[in-house]
Design a protein around this ligand. Structure first.
Ligand code: GLC
Length: 737
C-alpha cells in the first residue's frame, strides 16, 4: 500500500490559506460552531435553525435537499452571520441521489471500478445540482456477516475488492477538483471495523485484535484516503473497549500519525454523546473532550462540541490550538469546495446528468450486478421469440420502491421500471401472466397462490421474484434468521407442482440461505436491490440479450450458523479435508469421540459456503489451464508475472472476471488460506482462448506484521488463478531476501 496520504499541493495550500485568514478572525464560539453539524430536515428549518446559523454556531447541515430551503439557510449564514462563513450541506448519497443504482453490494458484484466510479459521478452531479456538497460515502466496512443489515451498503468481505471499489467511488464523487461542477466531498466510513459487530447486530461491540484490524479492516480506508477522500466518519462501534469516536489509537496514532491524514473527521450520528452510553465518558463535557483529543473534528448531532469546547478552552482543559486545528480543517474543506466563492452553488446548477444518461447507466450497472447462481440444463436464457406467454409471480415483481433498496432518501421511484413493466414492454402485456401471490415477502396468506398457479399453468415458464423488502436490511435492520421470510418457499412448492420451468430472482440487501430455494428452482439470479432499472436489466439477462458475468463479493452461508464464513479464513491447526467431513445424519450412536474428522467444521453444514466469494455463472463456460510463473524465485524489487490461459468453452460470447489469489504458507503471522491479489475482466468469443497476465510485486505480498510494519516476508508463496476463490490451478514461487 502506498503511504502518502495528503502531500501538500497548490490546490490544497490555497484553500488552507483562505481558511487560516477566516480562522484568525473567529471567536471561540465561532470556531466551535464550525464543528457543529445539525439535522435540517423537518418543518421550517430556517425558523428553527436560523438564529443559531446567524450567530455562527452551526457549521454544517444534514438531511435537507430542497434547493430553495438550502438557499435560505445559506443566505442566513452568508449574509447574517458576523463572518459570513457558508454552511456545508451534507447527505447520505450512497448508491444514487434521485436516480438509484444497485446497492453497493450489488455494484461490488460487477468488480468494475470504472462502472462504480461512473455511478458515483452521476450521483454527485444530481446531488450537487440540488445543493448537496458532501456525501457520507463510500462505506468500506469489510462485511462477513449476512445477519448485519448494513452488509447491503458494503463492498463485501475482501480488502482488495473493497479498496479498489471504494477508491473508485471517491474518485467518482470528488473528480479532480472539489470546486468543479458536480462534485461532492467524499466521507469514507465507518472508521473502523463496524462490520465486525458481534452477532451481526448493528452498533454492537467490535472486538478486533490489532493484526486483524490492520490486515483486514483498515486497508480499504487507506485506499479511499489515498484516492483523496476529503473526510472520514467514525464508527459507532466499541473497539476492544474504546469506542471508535473516542479512540485516540485509531484516530490519532493511525489516522493522523501513521497515515498523515489531514482531512476532516466527523463523528457518526450522536456517537460523541454515545460515549456516555458506551460507558467511556461520564458526561457530555467529558465526551466532547475525549472525542476532540482522540481526533474528531466535527460533531454530528450531539451538540457536545458547541456546548462544551469553548468553556473547556477558557478553563484550560482543552488547548485552543486543538480547537483551531479542528476548525481549520473544516474551513479548508469549505474553501476547497469553493463555498466561499460560490455559497449558493451556481457552479453546480446544471451538473446533473440527463435523465436518459442516468437511466442508461442505471440499467448498465444493474445488469452487471446480477449474479447467476444456478442454471440447470440451460433453463436460461429464455427464448423470448418462441415463448407464447411468461408467468411473472412473486411479491417483489412489481415494487418500484422496494427494488431501490436501503439508503434511498432522495430516490425517485417514478424512475423505477419493475420486472413486470419491463417484461410487458418486452413481450407485450398479453404475453405476461402476472400474479404477486403474496402481498409482501413476509406474508403468510396463501390466498394469492391459486392465481399464481393458474398464471404458471397457462405459461411456458415462470419467473418468480422473491426476497426481502428494502426495510429488512440497512441500518439497524439485522436478522438472526436469514432464510426467505413469509410463505415464499411454499409459493415455490406450489409453482414446482405445475411442472413448468421455474426461474427465481432474489431481491435482497443481504445474502440469504438458499439451499431450500435451489432445490425448488431450475435457475436462480441474485439481483440484490438493483435500483431503478432492475426490471430492464433482469429482462436483458433472462432473455439472453446480456450474458451475466457478475461475481459474488461475499460468501453465501449454507445456514446462519456458519457465520462468520468468508473465503480469506485462517487455516487453523486442524483444517478440514473433504473426506473427513461427516454429516450429522451419518454418525452412529456410540461412535467413539475421535472416530471421525477432528477438524474445523460443523457436523450439519460442513465447512464450505453455499456459494464462495468470487462465484458467478455465465451462459457460457470458461476453462482455465496453464498457470505459469515468470520465475520460481523473485527478489525484493522484482516483478513476477503469473499467466493463465482462459478458454471460452461454450457456444456464445461472454465476459469472465479472472481472479488471482495467493497464500503465504509460513510467516510471522498466520495468513489467510487465500487472498485476492488481482482480477481482470476479459471478453471471449465462443471457442476463443486468451492468456491473462498478472504482475505481482512484493507490495502485493506484504502484510502488517507483529511489529506493525507493512512488508513482505521471504519464503514460499502459493498462487491460484480461476473464476472464483476455490480456483484449483496452482503454482508456487519463493521470495528471496
Ligand atoms: C447514520 C449512519 C451513517 C450516516 C449518518 C448520517 O446513523 O450510521 O452511515 O452517514 O447516520 O445519516
Amino acid at each position: 500500500m502506498a503511504d502518502a496520504a495528503h502531500a501538500a499541493d497548490p490546490q490544497t495550500d490555497a484553500p488552507q490559506r483562505r481558511a487560516e485568514a477566516v480562522l484568525a478572525r473567529m471567536t471561540l464560539e465561532e470556531k466551535a460552531g464550525q464543528l457543529h453539524t445539525v439535522d435540517a430536515s423537518g418543518p421550517d428549518p430556517a425558523g428553527r435553525l436560523g438564529p443559531e446559523i446567524a450567530s455562527g454556531r452551526i457549521g454544517a447541515v444534514i438531511n435537507q435537499v430542497d434547493p430553495q430551503t438550502l438557499r435560505g439557510l445559506q443566505r442566513i449564514a452568508v449574509e447574517e452571520s458576523r463572518l459570513g462563513v457558508p454552511l456545508l450541506v451534507s447527505r447520505d448519497v450512497i448508491h444514487g441521489f434521485n436516480t438509484i443504482f444497485p446497492l453497493p453490494i450489488g455494484q461490488a458484484c460487477s468488480w468494475n471500478p470504472d462502472l462504480v466510479r461512473d455511478c458515483a459521478r452521476a450521483a454527485a452531479g444530481e446531488a450537487a445540482a440540488s445543493g448537496v456538497r458532501w456525501t457520507f460515502a463510500p462505506m468500506v466496512d469489510i462485511a462477513r456477516d449476512a445477519r448485519w443489515g448494513r452488509i447491503a451498503e458494503s463492498l463485501g468481505e475482501d480488502p482488495l475488492l473493497a479498496s479498489v471499489l471504494g477508491a473508485a467511488m471517491v474518485e467518482g464523487f470528488q473528480g479532480d477538483d472539489l470546486a468543479a461542477p458536480g462534485t461532492l466531498a467524499a466521507c469514507v466510513k465507518h472508521f473502523a471495523g463496524y462490520g465486525a459487530s458481534e452477532g451481526g447486530r448493528d452498533y454492537d461491540a467490535t472486538n478486533i485484535p490489532d493484526n486483524e484490524l490492520r490486515n483486514t479492516y483498515l486497508p480499504p480506508f487507506k485506499a479511499a484516503l489515498n484516492a483523496g477522500a476529503a473526510s472520514i466518519m467514525t464508527s459507532f462501534g466499541d473497539i476492544d473497549g474504546v469506542p471508535a469516536t473516542g479512540n485516540g489509537y485509531l484516530l490519532g496514532d493511525i489516522l493522523r500519525g501513521e497515515w498523515d491524514f489531514d482531512g476532516v473527521v466527523i463523528s457518526d450520528w450522536d456517537s460523541i454523546g454515545q460515549l456516555i452510553t458506551h460507558g467511556l465518558s461520564e458526561d457530555m463535557a467529558a465526551a466532547a473532550r475525549e472525542a476532540a483529543e482522540a481526533g474528531v473534528d466535527m460533531d454530528m448531532m450531539s451538540s457536545a462540541f458547541i456546548e462544551h469546547l469553548p468553556e473547556m478552552v477558557r478553563a484550560g482543559a482543552v488547548d485552543e490550538s486543538r480547537l483551531d486545528a479542528m476548525a481549520l480543517r473544516v474551513l479548508t474543506l469549505k474553501a476547497a469546495l469553493g463555498l466561499f466563492d460560490d455559497p449558493y452553488g451556481k457552479t453546480h446548477e446544471g451538473a446533473a446528468p440527463t435523465r436518459e444518461a442516468a437511466r442508461d447507466l442505471a440499467r448498465r450497472a444493474a445488469r452487471e450486478s446480477l449474479v447467476l447462481l444456478k442454471n440447470d440444463a440451460g433453463a436460461l436464457p429464455l427464448d423470448f421469440g418462441a415463448i407464447d406467454r411468461l408467468a411473472l409471480v412473486g411479491p417483489m415483481a412489481d415494487q418500484p420502491y422496494e427494488q431501490m433498496g436501503t439508503w434511498v432518501f432522495d430516490g425517485d421511484e417514478t424512475r423505477s421500471v419493475t420486472p413486470l413493466k419491463a417484461l410487458q414492454d418486452a413481450l407485450g402485456e398479453d404475453r405476461v401472466a402476472f400474479a404477486p401471490a403474496l402481498e409482501t415477502t413476509r406474508s403468510r396468506d396463501r390466498s394469492g397462490f391459486k392465481a399464481a398457479v393458474e398464471a404458471a399453468g397457462m405459461s411456458d415458464a415462470v419467473l418468480v421474484c422473491l426476497g426481502e423488502e428494502a426495510i429488512l436490511s440497512g441500518e439497524a435492520h439485522c436478522r438472526a434468521d436469514i432464510t426467505l421470510p413469509g410463505a415464499q418457499l411454499e409459493l415455490l412448492d406450489a409453482l414446482r407442482e405445475t411442472g413448468k420451468p421455474v426461474v427465481a430472482i432474489i431481491m435482497a440487501g443481504r445474502p440469504l440461505t438458499l439451499a431450500p430455494v435451489l432445490e425448488r428452482v431450475d435457475a436462480l439470479i441474485y439481483a440484490w436491490h438493483a435500483g431503478n432499472m432492475a426490471g430492464p436489466a433482469l429482462v436483458d439477462v433472462v432473455s439472453g440479450a446480456f450474458n451475466p458475468a457478475a461475481k459474488l463479493p461475499v460468501s453465501f452461508p449454507r445456514s446462519v450458523g456458519q457465520i462468520p464464513i468468508h473465503y480469506n479464513r485462517k487455516n487453523t491447526g486442524r483444517p478440514p479435508v473433504a473426506e473427513q467431513i461427516m454429516h450429522i445424519d451419518d454418525i452412529e450412536v456410540g461412535a467413539s469421540q475421535t472416530s471421525f474428522g477432528m477438524s474445523a467444521f460443523h457436523l450439519d453444514d460442513g465447512y464450505t459456503p453455499q456459494f464462495p466469494f468470487g462465484f458467478g455463472l455465465s451462459y457460457t463456460r470458461f476453462d482455465y489451464s496453464d498457470l505459469t510463473l515468470s520465475a520460481d524465485e523473485m527478489n525484493r524489487g522484482d516483478t513476477l508475472t503469473a499467466s493463465v490461459t482462459v478458454t471460452n468453452a461454450g457456444d456464445r460470447e461472454g465476459t469472465e472476471i479472472v481472479q488471482l489469489y495467493i497464500r503465504d504458507p509460513a510467516a510471522s503471522l498466520t495468513r489467510p488460506v487465500r487472498e485476492l491479489k488481482g482480477f481482470q475482466h476479459i471478453m471471449l468469443k465462443a471457442g476463443e482462448r486468451r492468456t491473462v497476465r498478472f504482475d505481482l510485486t512484493e507490495r502485493d505480498l506484504a502484510f502488517s506484521g507483529r511489529d506493525r510494519r507493512v512488508r513482505a516476508e521471504a519464503g514460499a508463496f502459493d498462487v491460484w488463478a480461476g473464476g472464483d476463490s476455490t480456483a484449483a490451478l496452482h503454482a508456487r514461487f519463493v521470495l528471496r531476501d
